[in-house]
Write a protein that binds this ligand. Sequence first.
Ligand code: HEC
Ligand code: HEC
Ligand code: HEC
Ligand code: HEC
Ligand code: HEC
Length: 276
Amino acid sequence: MKHYRNAFLLALTAVVVLGACSSELKDEEDLPGFPRVYGAHGAGYALMGSENFHAHDIRMNLGWDITGCQDCHNVDYSGGVTGQSCNASGCHVAADGGPEACYVCHGDSQTKAAYPQRYSSHATHLEGGMYSATTIACSDCHDLPANFEDPVHIDMETPGKAEVRLMNALASTQTMGTTGTPAYDAAAGTCANTYCHGNFTNGNNAAVAWKGDDQAACGSCHGQGAGNPLPGGTHIQNENCSGCHTGVIDENRRFIDKSLHVNGILNVFGEQRTDW
Ligand code: HEC
Ligand code: HEC
Ligand code: HEC
Ligand code: HEC
Ligand code: HEC
């Protein structure tokens, strides 16, 4: 089972551990029904700080498969023969799916955001960023499971490792002289050949690291590295962007309407163009 023991899984558990309960269960005395008799799991199975905390067990020994818990705790995790309900514990919410709620393992239990929080990349793509309002759905990058048990979800060959498949139409947008062939390199953790990051006429075609910082500074997708966004190549060398790209940015290069930026359409002289 040693292949489950990697940093990614540890971090996932940290999210579960820190976010799961409204009241933190740290000491034996915090548990309902103290003192208690341990039978099924041993001491500390409900204690976040314990080595025997159930989240560790699920990650290290069970390859993330929690469906076996239903054998004793009931199919809806309401307790069954054990009398121990996951949902009445104050840690899991029945209406969200109990322990199967998407935010439990990769998200934030407080805000109920259902995507990984460790790097900013998920939030930026799902919610839009500083320079663009464009959003990308889970299903544009992953096979989205319909529920926890969906066979496309937890993959037993590489448990804990998300499979990435870029299926986003905007990322594949072609311009004059470029072909849209976006690709994710799982070993390197980088995206390449995406329209969004500069695979277009006079663009920089940047390879971006999913787990890196500052991967989309002004000037990185088009222009001079991190800094001046003026495209090179055949683009006119005139820095007064707002004079020609009207309605998109102002004289200080602040976005007037960021929904016009990184949307697959070039806005210039009040026109919307796809022929560039
Ligand atoms: C074979 C039956 C059985 C299975 C399978 C089972 N449990 Fe339990 N569980 C029990 C029983 C019985 C209790 C109550 C008495 C005890 O603590 O032993 C319990 C209690 C618990 C508690 C409270 C423990 C405490 O110290 O207060 C937690 C948390 C828990 N189970 C989680 C799980 C999880 C998570 C799974 C699946 C990974 C699971 N259980 C699978 C039988 C089971
Ligand atoms: C823009 C593409 C993109 C979108 C949109 C996206 N993901 Fe991801 N996701 C990735 C990449 C890239 C990784 C890193 C995979 C790796 O480690 O190689 C990843 C990793 C993950 C992981 C593994 C944990 C981690 O942080 O590495 C989970 C779980 C996950 N994504 C779930 C989701 C869910 C749920 C959504 C929607 C709410 C979503 N993703 C949306 C690209 C995306
Ligand atoms: C018990 C923990 C757990 C719960 C609950 C959970 N996931 Fe996951 N999820 C994982 C793990 C672990 C991975 C890493 C992927 C792997 O092994 O393929 C993952 C990966 C993903 C991915 C990335 C693509 C993939 O399958 O690799 C998506 C998307 C995703 N989950 C969506 C969801 C959705 C939607 C829900 C709620 C219906 C959900 N998850 C509930 C543990 C969980
Ligand atoms: C993540 C990559 C990326 C970054 C970072 C980026 N741009 Fe862009 N930019 C694009 C793409 C793609 C286009 C092509 C047109 C489109 O899809 O909107 C574009 C086009 C433009 C245009 C032409 C008008 C239009 O159609 O949108 C201006 C002006 C512009 N960018 C200014 C900026 C400025 C200023 C910054 C930094 C504050 C910046 N860009 C940062 C990707 C980026
Ligand atoms: C004098 C007018 C003018 C100015 C000033 C100008 N642009 Fe452009 N820009 C254009 C035109 C026209 C196109 C379309 C070129 C074509 O037809 O292929 C364009 C295209 C672009 C593109 C798409 C890639 C390309 O080179 O075709 C980007 C990105 C862009 N401009 C960004 C900027 C930024 C950022 C600035 C300011 C630093 C700026 N432009 C200043 C007229 C201008």
